[in-house]
Design a binder for this molecule. Structure first.
Ligand code: ZN
Length: 108
């Protein structure tokens, strides 16, 4: 458990409107909190607040992994939350279709 992120998630939750909480809990929305730079980091990373359905708590994290497998980790229970942007999933889908139907010699 990441206690620092858990505490920060609690603080960030206090600033959320009831509507934002509803979107996070019912729609799985991740709310952007801003870019932060931590000790030992070479740059800033975006942080998000989201609802963890597994432990029923709000969690805060920054995206991990390559964009095609991007995820957020729940600071309370460690569960992975898929965070692949919709346009990446869309692009991968079309790439798969293209690779399947178009012979390599006809691809650009
Ligand atoms: Zn959790």
């Amino acid at each position: 458990m990441n206690t620092a992120f858990a505490t920060e998630a609690r603080e960030a939750t206090l600033k959320m409107t009831p509507h934002q909480k509803l979107l996070m809990e019912k729609r799985g929305k991740k709310i952007y909190l801003g870019h932060e730079q931590r000790k030992g980091w070479s740059g800033k990373l975006p942080f998000y607040l989201f609802w963890c359905e597994d432990c029923k708590q709000y969690a805060k994290d920054y995206p991990h992994g390559h964009i095609e497998r991007r995820y957020l980790l729940c600071a309370h229970c460690g569960v992975y939350h898929n965070f692949v942007p919709w346009w990446v999933e869309f692009a991968l889908f079309w790439q798969m279709i293209r690779n399947f139907f178009i012979p390599p010699s006809m691809r650009k």
